[in-house]
Write a protein that binds this ligand. Structure first.
Ligand code: AMP
Length: 391
């Protein structure tokens, strides 16, 4: 199943190992917020240190435009990581060039260095090979542990693998194993839940899942376009007019598998304080918009989840940022946690909902990569994974 070399397949003793991690974490006033992604990289970092490597970490952070910007500096992460590990973590204020080279050269086995944000070089996102080669020149081996960035072909995720022996880290391996297994050979019934704002982002995913899943439960704004495709009036709901034809096609191909909400929670405006009412699925009155799935739908989806062998969930069932319209998302979170199935959750919103519900420990695998896990569900090859050495 997982056919790439990993850190355990190579000798790292005495080597400089360049590790692409996903330290794209929230930073507020110079302090690290949610540290899930940092902790998720620890097994690889610790393994490499224990096996006599000098570890050079690099990552992107946010979306800086066109060059260095202190707002997007990884320096706070170096301090945070040092605290977490109980040992100093050196920092270089560039990911290539003289400061990175000097810091990498000075690094001894057992020591850790973090390089500055790769996106301070605009070439990074163009998968520029000259930049990739400079990154590679810092080390003897490349390890990709940034699952959350593996769907992007950038210099630090793809290009660099052409210039060094390139293998996967433990997080990458774990993510690919869980998701790959679920898609290729799921314990059945295989039930998927898709939500979120837009159907256009997930058409490829639905197409691929129609051939693999037994049941697809649809919620969130994307359900609206399906309901519109059935000829229902949607009031002021979010609808993607240009995707209605595609939605109709998908319903034609997979109506037995695709489940749509049977009732809805409406709001009279897009606002936390909006008036709300519940109605059975039908024509939405003017002046109202769909903001959540209704209680009957939560029950129906929970029933579909009971007895599932495998569950994969991506995307909220409603505008869960507004407590009045969060019941659908939290109801589904509880149903997934109590399903007894192998459960995999991806996407920031669904992951946040399960964590806030206090049910995270009942989930088999919580993915650190929303976009990357969606591309896997879509059946696409992840460039950052494809570039690694085969076993
Ligand atoms: P996505 O990034 O596509 O997963 O979408 C997540 C966003 O979808 C969240 O911010 C939700 O507030 C939003 N969303 C979910 N349901 C609806 C809905 N019925 N109408 C508008 N937005 C929605």
């Amino acid at each position: 199943m997982f056919n790439k070399k990993s850190v355990t397949d190579i000798d790292v003793h005495g080597k400089r190992v360049l590790v692409r991690v996903d330290f794209n974490v929230p930073i507020k006033e110079g302090k690290v917020g949610d540290d899930t992604r940092i902790r998720a990289a620890m097994p690889t970092i610790e393994y490499l240190l224990q096996h006599g490597a000098a570890v050079i970490l690099f990552s992107h952070l946010g979306r800086p435009k066109g060059g260095p910007d202190p707002k997007f500096s990884l320096r706070p992460v170096a301090d945070y990581l040092g605290g977490l590990m109980g040992q100093p973590v050196a920092f270089a204020d560039d990911c290539v060039g003289p400061s990175a080279e000097a810091a990498a050269k000075a690094l001894k086995p057992g020591q850790v260095l973090l390089l500055e944000n790769t996106r301070f070089h605009p070439e990074e996102e163009k998968n520029d090979m000259a930049l990739a080669q400079k990154m590679a020149s810092l080390a003897d081996v490349y390890v990709n542990d940034a699952f959350g960035s593996a769907h992007r072909a950038h210099s630090s995720t793809e290009g660099v693998a052409h210039f060094l022996p390139a293998v996967a880290g433990f997080l990458m391996e774990k993510e690919i194993r869980y998701l790959g297994q679920a898609i290729a050979d799921p314990r059945r019934p295989f039930v998927t839940i898709l939500g979120g704002a837009k159907i256009s982002d997930k058409i490829g995913v639905i197409r691929n899942l129609l051939g693999k899943a037994d049941v697809i439960l649809i919620g969130g704004g994307m359900a609206n376009t399906f309901l519109a495709a059935k000829g229902l009036a949607m009031g002021d709901s979010l609808v993607e007019a240009e995707s209605i034809d595609t939605a109709r096609q998908l319903l034609g191909e997979g109506s037995a598998k695709l489940h749509l909400p049977v009732d809805l929670v409406l709001g009279d405006k897009f606002d936390a304080e909006a008036q709300s009412k519940v109605m059975d699925t039908g024509n939405v009155p003017d002046g109202w918009r769909i903001l959540d799935i209704g209680p009957k739908t939560i029950d129906a989806y929970a029933a579909a989840l009971k007895g599932a062998g495998t569950v994969v969930w991506n995307g909220p069932m409603g505008v869960f940022e507004f407590p009045r319209f969060a019941q659908g998302t939290y109801g589904v979170a509880r149903a997934v946690a109590n399903s007894g199935a192998i459960s995999i959750i991806g996407g920031g919103d669904s992951v946040a909902a399960i964590q806030e519900s206090g049910l995270a420990d009942k989930i088999t695998h919580i993915s650190t990569g929303g976009g990357a896990s969606l591309e896997m569900l879509e059946g696409l090859v992840l460039p950052g994974l494809a570039a690694l050495q085969d076993k």
